[in-house]
Design a protein around this ligand. Sequence first.
Ligand code: DGY
Length: 334
Amino acid sequence: MTSKKKPRVYITRKLPDLVETRMRELFDAELNIDDVPRSREALLEAVQHADVLVPTVTDRIDQTLIEQAGPQLKLIASFSNGVDNIDIDAAARRGITVTNTPNVLTEDTADMAMALILAVPRRLAEGATILTDRRHEWAGWSPTWMLGRRLGGKRLGIVGMGRIGTAVARRAKAFGLSIHYHNRKRVSRETEEQLEATYWDSLDQMLARVDIVSVNCPSTPATYHLLSARRLQLMRPTSILVNTARGGIIDETALIKCIREGRIAGAGLDVFENEPVVNPKLVKLAAEGKVVLLPHMSSATIEGRVDMGDKVIINIRTFFDGHRPPDRVLPGRN
Ligand code: DGY
């Protein structure tokens, strides 16, 4: 690749220094040092001159934008695992290849899902605030104070048993939870045996029988509001819901209503329907200790971000060396 002209690579957000340095060495890289999210106009301008666009989950790469791309744009190498923000089919129609960064976020995301699975029933966020919020004075230990719910012996229902769902299951099993899952297809017999997992063909039936629900499926038109008002009402009043996937998979308004009405005990959410805007009603529930909210940070580790950068670089290099990039996202997926 060294003798050839370097591809012009437009990166929409600030990336770790290590990744940016490497990108500068290898490509004609346009960075975003200030990390101010790029405007629609800036993206339109970028697709008209760049050979490669490196967006993240905060950029909307829809059909209109893709249709205005110049003929030089050949690759969208997303710095993300999820690609629900990119119109893959529109890109394919224009002959633009799309890649993502799978696998490298699995363990970090599963760690955070587990953290929320622990935090909600054990009232972790509430407890942590008591010692730092000056409005409270801690009167000391009491046998009946800050009582949560025990994790061991409870049933976890995983919605989406892909890489992340399976990694959550492994962790949860070690915490004494029994594993239940709903997925488009059953995982291998070997995985089921290792996890002692029970497969539920019917999501409705699983929701009615588990204590904790963890959402780990990708966001696609088919999973939009998969956890609908009707389905949320199937959950038990003592149960909790954890989402580290995408906000749109849950009907957030219905979830808020269910928690308010005591039909669901609580929730741990790392993702929201209208990011970065968070429904004030959710914030109020958090202040009351009923939900734990995180700002979409499940995959936020330095190691993970550097690994993502490596993947983006490999995808770009492979593509410009004339090969099929390893993390190509095929059309028809969303
Ligand atoms: C992704 O890459 O899809 C993640 O949601 C970012 O955390």
